[in-house]
Design a protein around this ligand. Sequence first.
Ligand SMILES: Cc1ncc(COP(=O)(O)O)c(C=O)c1O
Length: 555
Amino acid sequence: MHLPVLSAGLGLREIEVAGAAGIWFRLADGRRVIDASNTAAPLGHCHSDLVAAVRGASGSPALNEGWLWPGRQRAADDLLEHAFRGEEGWVGAVRFCTSASEANDLALSLAQALTGRAALVTRERAYLGTMGLAREVTVQPQWHGGLSSARNGWRPVPRLADVRLLPPPSCGVYSPCAPDGSCRCLPADLADKLADAAAVIIDYSQGGVYPAPAYQDQLARAARAAGALWIADEAVTGLGRQGRWLTVQRGESRPDIVTLGKGLAGGVTPGAAVVMSQPVAELLRDQRWQSFSTFRGHPLTVAAISATVRRIDRDGLVERADALDATLRARLAGIAAAHSCVRRVAGLGLHWTVDLRGGEGRDWRADPSTPTPAERMLAAALDAGVLIAANGEEASLFIAPPLIVSDGELETILAALDRALTVGDKTLLSAGGGSALPGAAGSALPGWAEMSVPGRRLAAGPTRGGRSGCALGRIHRHLPGTGRAGPGSVRGRRTGAAGHDPPGRASADLAVRDRLRRWAAVARHDVAVAQGQGRAARPAADRAQRAGRQDEFRG
Ligand SMILES: Cc1ncc(COP(=O)(O)O)c(C=O)c1O
């Protein structure tokens, strides 16, 4: 007799992994397949450095976060030496934790504590985690802890925080909004949304969004002007996935806080981190940050973190991801052009999203009874020896193999994707009209410019700069008790940490804003100094690269 083990039922059914080595999984049925969509294993599986590090730390005492441990300081120093090299003028302190969800919750609650404000700003299509405030800013209706089924529809859990939404940016690193690289994706009411917000949090890949550096820089300026903190979630993109140690390095601005996770500990142990700027660290100097968790910065975790960042650096894997970007861009564009089920391809370095026609999945419902079109596509890829993943709503496939992937293995992945898309052409479009995803509306996401594949003009969605007001309206419709909320805001009951009490708030708020404005000025100064000290070369090179390679994905 077995006690049932539950999960969300992501992706393919009944895949049992029996073991792994390098980028290969050994399945319980004996097959060896490439693990092509797993951002938690940048060095692949069972890397000898990581196995040795964890074995070495396995004799450690049961320590909690309150006790010092030399391995923890070593991991912090390794982050500084490798992952944050060149950012010494910015980086101020790190706090380790166990998951990226926890890191985002910690970062957001720290922002609330520092500013004395409750509201949080995020963008549509973000996925920022599964607990606390990280869950609150994850606005995709399907990923908020509720229940979903084809028969019973969607049963959400109520929201607890005041969260304002930005539309998903439609620009990309190689397709900025304007020839001068400026960005028009931010809404006209951005300043209002940020005005009394504690923080804005953005990531650089979720929902197939890979924004242009100008998007980041403009948002950073607006957040600073409003006295809100800017948190960059680099759980997926940090440590080289998009061809930089941090994707924020493609822009000129630097955040107040970066969160890391996923592959930070190489996948051999859970591990995540909140890394803050010097001005934020300075604000914490004379106070205690009252949050505690037993296993944060566990000896196994920090040993794995040290081994991971050292090896990524030693093997030049960040540079390799950067070098592979152009190859993948060209190859994926070619493959996508050959398949009518593909709506759009976007990506950077070793993180790529293939959006399928048939809508953006907002109305998707889980259906455990019959294989969905996406599942059939993934089964075809598996037959070709590659485990590919679909996003939660099965509206896109994504490719994100370990950073150690070889050229030959990449060819196998691309061939498998091609096979999956052939199945997609048949199953997704057989119903006609290109809207055969279960329950999908068949429309492009409003405000979501199509980056069409060469030679084909796809569904004419509103172009860049369009605003997604109706998409926000749809979120309201799904949420219980949100009728009072205005457009662009998801308001639920305000309780707990998010429910700051109004009495006496105004003067405290003014004092806090004043303090934040002052350190924002310091932050700007620091960034300018750091840029003058050697980082200037990278943005200049990026700008030149962008200018020469824009628009590769336009028809
Ligand atoms: C961008 C981003 N942030 C945060 C998280 C949460 O990470 P975890 O599931 O490790 O808590 C995820 C997970 O997929 C993510 O993709």
